[in-house]
Write a protein that binds this ligand. Structure first.
Ligand code: FAD
Ligand code: NAI
Length: 483
């Protein structure tokens, strides 16, 4: 029997892959998407959506919301004159709610594949070779291996949690992101290695639910990628107001498991400037970054080039060194963010279809879903200083915003950085409630090459948190109206 042939075969159905497949199909290309059983449901059925839908963005935000409600009921209702007694958490219900959201969304992608006529090939995909300008891919699933052929291949195999030598992850006691999203009870003492995005988001979730959380971070600086003023404000909020214990500049030593009163306990040795320290905890999250999924892809069979960090090597248009082979998302350079992967998926599908796809890597927003939320787009002050760019700054605290006061949530600020000569917006940094939503205005502004004066002259609804963006723009020109 002849092999199945497609215009495009995508390997991996995470945000980069499923979006690339849907867009390619929309553009009239016959398209298939290969997905392994990495996130199969209890019946062994392949689940689409990758890390993001199964063990990343979506489940983490579902738990985040539950934990925030619990925290508000415990600490914030009282200032509104509302008292509630006997508040309890049922972790089982909370985790089931999260699982239901995941199921709803992952089956939603199946529906989208059907609607757009994307063929799903269940199994692990790998390169076999190329004949007559057609790439040959093996798909190894439950029923054995089949070979499919494609004019174009898009590698979207994503990333997996990086683990540390000597700290074996069992996703029960020592967990990466997968286990940390599925605890069956609230650990009394939770250790976290890595004060990056996952450590802070998930550390905050379990802290709000009642765990005593200690985060051990190798770097001497906190949130080094964020604007320094934001990092400073976040440090204050997390450590002083919320009681997260964060130790910086540590070197992790031996991690031992033992039992006390029949209960498993962990003992973590670490060194800091003051010598060897020890942390005892009941569970540990290891969140020290992610590694690209290229093992088993058959890269060597076809000479697919990887870079020095094991990622698929691509140019600005996500083309690899092989003709008609592309790669998108976490498996290539750039930030490991779902929306970045999705944009690349659209770009590649459009380029394959002969259109002018493009990703503006300078306007990709970052959001850290802690409380307060942290969001930014463009350059930080540190970057501008290092690049010798002259800039003006406008910064407005949420304390000066009526809506923030009404909501009882006034932590943080909006800070805008604009070119000193042209006034073009170079970066916007938000720490505060709804920062994840507020940043969209700044992204649009930057995409349109707006100046701070453009934002200052745009009418913002009152009373809204977005007025803080307006005031920050006015503040760039030293003329805020409400501060
Ligand atoms: P993935 O989502 O990793 O998908 C790759 C897919 O390829 C997987 O389904 C895998 O099974 C499949 N695959 C791999 N190899 C093969 C093969 N050989 N054959 C067949 N299939 C294969 N990003 C955000 O933007 N916002 C967030 O809020 C956010 N929160 C996160 C929270 C957590 C806890 C984590 C871990 C990540 C979070 N991320 C977030 C990052 C986001 O999940 C990733 O950037 C995104 O999922 C990357 O998409 P991708 O398609 O490149 O890869
Ligand atoms: P990360 O790169 O954000 O943070 C890892 C942290 O661990 C760093 O601060 C690093 O210095 C530290 N670290 C590394 N090795 C260490 C060691 N041996 N001991 C102590 N500390 C060590 O990675 P994280 O948190 O694992 O998340 C992975 C990626 O997933 C993120 O970079 C991001 O791209 C994505 N993500 C995005 C989210 C969002 O957009 N809101 C949420 C969660 C994850």
């Amino acid at each position: 029997m002849a092999n199945k042939q497609f215009d495009v075969v995508v390997i991996g159905a995470g945000p980069g892959g499923y979006i690339a497949a849907i867009r390619a199909a929309q553009l009239g290309l016959s398209t298939a998407c290969i997905e392994s059983d990495a996130y199969a449901d209890p019946k062994g059925e392949v689940r689409l959506g990758g890390t993001c839908l199964n063990v990343g963005c979506i489940p983490s935000k579902a738990l985040l919301r539950s934990s925030e409600l619990f925290d508000e009921a415990n600490h914030s209702f009282v200032m509104h004159g509302i008292s509630v007694e006997g508040i309890k958490v049922d972790v089982g219900t909370m985790v089931r709610r999260k699982d239901n959201i995941v199921t709803q969304l992952t089956s939603g992608i199946r529906g989208l594949f059907k609607k757009n006529k994307v063929t799903l090939l269940a199994g692990r995909g790998s390169f076999r070779g190329r004949e007559d300008e057609l790439w040959q891919l093996e798909v190894t699933g439950k029923e054995g291996t089949e070979v499919v052929e494609a004019k174009h291949v898009i590698v979207a195999t994503g990333s997996s949690a990086r683990h540390l030598d000597g700290i074996p992850v069992d996703n029960r006691i020592i967990c990466d992101n997968a286990g940390a999203l599925a605890f069956d009870s609230i650990p009394k003492r939770l250790g976290v290695i890595g004060a990056g995005v996952i450590g802070l988001e998930l550390g905050s979730v379990w802290k709000r639910l009642g765990s005593e959380v200690t985060i051990l971070e190798a770097l001497p600086d906190f949130l080094a990628a964020a604007d320094p003023a934001v990092a400073k404000e976040a440090w204050k909020a997390f450590t002083q107001k919320q009681g997260l214990k964060i130790h910086l500049g540590v070197k992790i030593g031996a991690v031992k498991q033992g039992k006390k009163g029949g209960v498993t306990q962990l003992s973590i040795d670490y060194e800091n400037g003051e010598g060897v320290q020890n942390l005892e905890c009941d569970r540990l999250i290891v969140s020290v970054g992610r590694v690209p999924n290229t093992a088993g892809l058959g890269a060597d069979n076809v000479g697919l080039k990887l870079d020095e960090r094991g990622r698929v090597d691509v140019n600005d248009h996500c083309q690899t060194n092989l003709e008609n082979v592309w790669a998108v998302g976490d498996v290539i350079r750039g930030p490991m963010l779902a929306h970045k992967g999705m944009e690349e998926g659209v770009m590649v599908a459009e380029l394959i279809a002969g259109q002018a796809g493009h990703v503006d890597y300078d306007a990709i927003p970052w959001v850290i879903y802690t409380h307060p939320e942290i969001a930014w787009v463009g350059k930080t002050e540190t970057q501008l200083k290092n690049e010798g760019v002259a800039y003006r700054t406008g910064q407005i605290p949420f304390l000066a915003n009526g809506r923030a006061l009404g909501q009882g949530d006034t932590t943080g600020f909006v800070k805008m950085l604009a070119d000193a000569a042209t006034d073009r917006i170079l970066g916007v940094h938000v720490i505060g409630a709804n920062a994840s939503e507020l940043i969209a205005e700044a992204v649009v502004a930057m995409e349109f090459g707006a100046s701070s004066e453009d934002i200052a002259r745009i009418c913002h609804a009152h009373p809204t948190l977005s007025e803080t963006m307006h005031e920050a723009a006015l503040a760039v020109d030293k003329r805020p109206l409400h501060f």
